[in-house]
Every structure is written in structure tokens, then in C-alpha cells.
Write a protein that binds this ligand. Structure first.
Ligand SMILES: C[S@@+](CC[C@H](N)C(=O)[O-])C[C@H]1O[C@@H](n2cnc3c(N)ncnc32)[C@H](O)[C@@H]1O
Length: 252
């Protein structure tokens, strides 16, 4: 549980923070006749949710969602939107982040700077190299790289339904880029020269096992930011961005 299902841990953190703040407010009103302003209570809940989330092992990124959750909920409530709008928004988020619940990998995108640095790295490859993005999201790096390396072949695999559909459409005009609806765990890796991923800490140990079993000698495994416990990369490139992006390269 500590490593799996971050959404459940995030929800638990929200619930505990809400309960603590509600209890404190209740005690203050009933025993000290002190009524705290709503804004302060919301702020306290957000801060507690972030802190408890960290104690539950959630990464820093989750802190942003944790802090914004209750204020966003109250803000939306104030807009008095029709219920169908909530259902629609929920479905969009669900279909984009399908893998968040089961695999602990939500959708976030490789930055432009990281894609450009990746492109620089790929200069060392032969012109017709084969590249796969495991969990290609909206295909940002794939489309950019496919344009920069017209002779190379790019593949993305994705299983979040809406994410896949958008990536597929984006890659459609690119002759050397294709997107497949397939789990990254079901893709044989032996045919690729470069395997790229930007996932989360959760799948990295299993991904390393898969890479060890399937990658040909000479293949590169590149992970955006997330390392493999106990396995140092052959190359590490730190980008000076707000996310603390690192490109970690293992050369088999
Ligand atoms: C953090 S995003 C990265 C997107 C893209 N690679 C990029 O760098 O912009 C990770 C993506 O992996 C997808 N994903 C997670 N588990 C997957 C699996 N088992 N098979 C295919 N895709 C998966 C998620 O749906 C998500 O879109």
C-alpha cells in the first residue's frame, strides 16, 4: 500500500486533513466560542493534506494536487455548474489518466527543453535508429523527434483511451511515427535502439527486469527523472528546470 495506489493515499490524506480541521473548528466553536475564517480553515486543510500525503510516501508533485484539491472543489461548487459538467470533467480526467490508478503513472508531459536535450543525445545514433516511448502520453517528444530525425522510426505505446486517441491523431501526419494501443509490458523491446520512458518510481524496478531480459547489446534505456533503485545510470543529464528533470541513460 505504501508504494502502490497513490490515488488512495492521496484521498486518505485529504480525508484525514479534512477530519482534523473540522474537529478543530468544532472544538473551537463549542468550547472557546472562536469561529475561524473559512479561508484559514481551507488553507489549514490544504497544508495538512500536503504534509500527511508526504508522510504517506507521496512524491512532491502530488503536493500540488493535494494543496489545490479542496480550494478547487469549493471554487467549482461556487460556480453552480450543472451535474453533467462534473460527470464530463470526471470522464475526461479518467480517460486521460487511466493508468494512474492501476499502474501509478498519471499523465504529465516531457518538457520542450527535455525533448530538445533528448534530441541532442540521439545525434550519437545511426540515422535510421528505432525509438520507442513506453507510455507515450500525448506524443510530444515523439512528434518533435520524428520531425528532427526523418530517417529514424518512432513508436509510442499508450493505454489511457483518450490520451491514446489524441496521440494517434497527432502522429497521423508523421510518416515515421506510429502510436499503438498496447501496454508497455506487452511490447517486445528487442527491435529498438532507444527505449524512452517518463513514468513514475513505481514501475521502474519491473521495467529494469524487462529491459535486462529483452534489450539487445548497444540499446539505450533513457528514463526521464525516475531512476532504478540500486542501478546507477551510465549517464545522467540534469536540466535546470523547475521540475528538477534528469535524463538517465543506461547503455546495455
Ligand atoms: C508521465 S506520462 C509521459 C508521457 C510521455 N511519454 C511524455 O514524456 O510526454 C506517462 C504515460 O504512460 C502511460 N502509461 C502508464 N502505464 C502504461 C502502460 N502499462 N502501458 C502503456 N502506457 C502506460 C500513462 O497513461 C501516461 O500517459
Amino acid at each position: 500500500m505504501r508504494r502502490r495506489y497513490p490515488i488512495l493515499r492521496a484521498l486518505a490524506a485529504q480525508g484525514i486533513a479534512l477530519a482534523l480541521v473540522a474537529l478543530t473548528a468544532f472544538l473551537l466553536v463549542n468550547f472557546a466560542r472562536v469561529r475561524l475564517p473559512w479561508a484559514l480553515l481551507v488553507l489549514a486543510q490544504a497544508g495538512l493534506a500536503v504534509g500527511i500525503g508526504r508522510r504517506f510516501g507521496l512524491t512532491r508533485w502530488w503536493g500540488i494536487f493535494q494543496a489545490l484539491f479542496l480550494p478547487a472543489l469549493l471554487g467549482l461548487n461556487a460556480l453552480a455548474l450543472p451535474p453533467v459538467a462534473y460527470l464530463g470533467a470526471f470522464l475526461v480526467v479518467l480517460l486521460l489518466n487511466w493508468n494512474s490508478f492501476r499502474h501509478g503513472v498519471p499523465l504529465y508531459l516531457t518538457s520542450n527543453a527535455a525533448s530538445l536535450r533528448l534530441a541532442e543525445l540521439l545525434r550519437e545514433q545511426a540515422p535510421e535508429f528505432r525509438f520507442i516511448d513506453l507510455g507515450c502520453g500525448l506524443a510530444d517528444p515523439l512528434c518533435q523527434l520524428a520531425r528532427l530525425y526523418p530517417k529514424a522510426r518512432f513508436t509510442g505505446v499508450e493505454t489511457a483511451p483518450l490520451t491514446f486517441a489524441l496521440a494517434w491523431l497527432r502522429a497521423l501526419p508523421r510518416r515515421n511515427c506510429r502510436i499503438r494501443y498496447r501496454s508497455l509490458w506487452r511490447v517486445p523491446l528487442a527491435q529498438y535502439d532507444v527505449v524512452y520512458c517518463f513514468l513514475s518510481p513505481l514501475p521502474m524496478p519491473a521495467l529494469w527486469q524487462k529491459a535486462q531480459a529483452e534489450l539487445r547489446p548497444g540499446t539505450w534505456l533513457i528514463s526521464n527523472t525516475f531512476g532504478i533503485p540500486g542501478v546507477s545510470p551510465d549517464q545522467e543529464i540534469a536540466l535546470a528546470d523547475w521540475r528538477g528533470t534528469r535524463l538517465l541513460v543506461w547503455k546495455k
